[in-house]
Each structure stands twice: as C-alpha cells, then as structure tokens.
Design a protein around this ligand. Structure first.
Ligand code: SD4
Length: 297
C-alpha cells in the first residue's frame, strides 16, 4: 500500500497538470479537488490545442468542450458540447455538487454555467484557430474524419494520502468534428471511471472507439476481479481490438490507478505519453504499443 499521493495524467501537458494537482494535495486538498484543479492548468493553456477554449474548433468553426469528474463515493458530474466556458471541469464539478443530474449538454449546460458564474462568453476564433480551420476546410472540404490527428485531451487519476480516489477528463474533442459530436471524455465508464474498492482509470484517444467498449470501466472492473494495473490496462485495450483490427492510425491511451496506489499505462499505438506524479517528483513516460503496457509500481 502506497500512503503518499499519486497522480497520473495524460500526454506531455499532463506534467504541469500533475504538478498543480500535487501542490493542491500538499496544501491539504482532497483527491477530488486536486483532480479538478490539476486539469484546469491545461484548460487555461494548451499548446497543442486539444483542451479548453483555445482548442481546435469543429467543422463549422465552433469550439465545443466536454468534461467530466468522478470521485470514489460514486458521485460524478459532466458537461458536453458546451461553448463559452473556460473551465468546463469546474462546471462538471458544479453539476455533481449542485444539481440532481450527472450530465448537462449544450444550451442547458451553458445556462447553468451562467447561473454559476462560470460562463466566460463566446469569443471569436483566435488567428491560429481561424487559420487552421480555414486550411482544414480547403484541404478536407468539410468532410469530418474520426481519427486522432492533432489531438490529445487531459485526463487525470488521483489518489490522495488518505487513499481517496478521483478522476477528471476535459477536452475540446476531435478537431473538425461534426457540430454536436461528443466523445468519450464526459461519459462515465468510457472516458473515466472510479470504483472505491478497485481503483480509477481514464482514457484518451479516439472517443468513438472508447465509448463503444467502455474502456475505463472495463479496466477498473478487471482490477476489481484481482488483475494487476498492468494486466487490467492490457486487457481493457485488448477488448478494443478483439472484434477486429481497428484502422491503422487509431490511438487510445489508458491510465490505470489501483486503490493501493500501484499503477500502469498502455496504448494501442506507440507514442502515448503521460505524467506520473508523487511527492517531490513528476516524470514523463511513453508507453510502447499494445502488448507491453508500461510501468507500474
Ligand atoms: C474525444 N477522447 O473527444 C477525446 C479526444 C482525445 O486524444 O482524447 N484525443 O474523442
């Protein structure tokens, strides 16, 4: 059993997010608060344009955001296809804390954001977003493609020193998606899952694949059945390909954190990077392709 806090978060931007989460934990915050505040760092500044209002827009030139948060008391909150909200993860938390619901979408979520003082307002695309969107329109002629080009997302799983668990996920979704498209990130069981007895998991990658196989839930259920984090990770990813090979470039990355603080990461393709944070250290790692899930303690 590891008594120190553990934070895992997706991609290179997982590092600043994990650093923030650890500093929140050091200040006495719960796993849930740390999971919320950690990913807010990337919502505020995401150089690869896959999270927050600076994310790449959909094919109509509109930025829509998805986010979800879950704790180990079986509570969750989520928002999807929301515009004009700088911190959708904070809005997801308010859905969890202040409504009887688990998921608000679109105009209703934005209305709730207004009442909560979290609506930051619609704004025009910035010059980089505008340029990239127009270039995509010219090259792809308004035809959406479900792949993971230019796409990351921040997902995080946290275990605090008291052993409490939480997970969070926030994204601008696939670039150039159809307007109204929602991926796995705000869906409990797909983009993230927490079970008090077993552990927590979070996914990144092509949401259309993950949401059809409930990858985070499968991973946590494998933990519950006695699998190690590395086995749970490998088996959940294996389920994605067992009904036939996926298109060559489809990427899904998975982080698994067991109740005792041990953890593992894996991905369908090489190139999935993630941060591991413990007291005094946050390190970046890369997983190999499916079949050899990376490190665990
Ligand atoms: C989605 N899973 O909207 C997100 C995107 C992502 O790496 O994580 N890409 O499908």
């Amino acid at each position: 059993m590891i008594d120190a806090p553990v934070v895992l978060s997706t991609w290179n931007h997982g590092k600043p997010a994990a650093e923030r989460a650890l500093s929140e934990l050091a200040a006495g915050c719960s796993a849930l608060d740390a999971a919320e505040r950690g990913v807010m760092v990337v919502e505020s500044e995401c150089p690869d344009r896959s999270v927050g209002l600076s994310g790449w827009p959909d094919r109509d030139g509109i930025v829509t955001l998805d986010a979800a948060i879950m704790d180990d008391a079986g509570r969750s909150g989520a928002v999807a296809c929301v515009r004009g909200v700088a911190h959708p993860i904070a809005l997801a938390r308010r859905v969890m804390d202040r409504t009887p619901h688990a998921l608000l979408v679109g105009a209703g979520a934005e209305e709730f954001a207004r009442t909560e003082g979290l609506f930051t307002g619609s704004r025009p695309l910035d010059p980089d977003q505008e340029r990239a969107w127009r270039e995509w329109l010219r090259e792809r002629q308004y035809i959406p493609r479900a792949n993971t080009e230019n796409h990351d997302t921040i997902g995080m799983v946290v275990r605090d020193a008291k052993g409490r668990l939480a997970a969070s996920c926030t994204t601008s979704g696939l670039a150039w998606k159809m307007h109204g498209r929602v991926g796995d990130s705000p869906l409990v069981g797909a983009g993230l899952f927490v079970d008090p007895q077993a552990g927590a998991a979070v996914c990144t990658g092509l949401g259309e694949v993950v949401m059809r196989k409930l990858t985070s839930c499968i991973a946590v259920e494998r933990l519950r059945a006695g699998a190690s984090p590395a086995e749970a990770c490998r088996e959940a990813l294996q389920r994605l390909v067992e009904s036939g090979p996926l298109a060559a470039n489809v990427q899904v990355g998975l982080l698994v954190l067991a109740r005792d603080g041990t953890h593992a990461a894996g991905a369908l393709q090489p190139g999935f990077t993630y941060a591991v944070g413990t007291v005094g250290s946050v390190t970046l790692h890369a997983t190999p392709a499916l079949g050899s899930s990376a490190g665990s303690t």
